[in-house]
Write a protein of this length. Sequence first.
Length: 210
Amino acid sequence: MNLRTGSRVGIGFWIILATLIAALVAGNALSAYSRNQRVDGLETINDKWVLVTTMKSALLEAAIDMRNIALQSDIRAMKKGGDRVRAQQQRYSDARNKFEAIGLSDAEKKIVSDITQLDKEIESPLLEAMSQAFAFNNDTAAKILSITIDPLHQQELIEINKLVALQQVATQHILYDTLVDEKRWMIILFLTGAAALATISIQFKYNSKR
């Protein structure tokens, strides 16, 4: 009789142990998968953030270089300034294209669309301002910059800052979800362990009465 009781206890113990191990393995696998997904998400957000800040930097530097051209009276200095403006424009365009290629949310698509429209509106007055500057019509170039281009640049900066804010919000969501998952996993482990202990206790009490 004692042998049969011991056997039943042993079998029950190993079943519970196997269940706990299976739960741990499955939980760890799911946790690892979720963690990898979040790491990939954070890397994507970081890539987007770098590209957005590059766009902002290039836009601001191009505006400074353009304003400096309008203040120059030396043609060589003006040409160097023009080269810097074009280089910043290319830097800005490359960053925007890479940002779009990563894959955008609906909110990001809307903002990028608005930025693209502003870029088109800036093209013509920017060429005119540079043309006037190289013709030494500095007052006219400065007027185009202040009245037409600067307001458009300000609107672009507002839209770019919206993209920055979206990356910050996305990062916060991922960190929050990570904390929630960790807490959920700890609760599952606690409940599984408690259930195992309760089952063993009940089995020992049952067998002790026999």
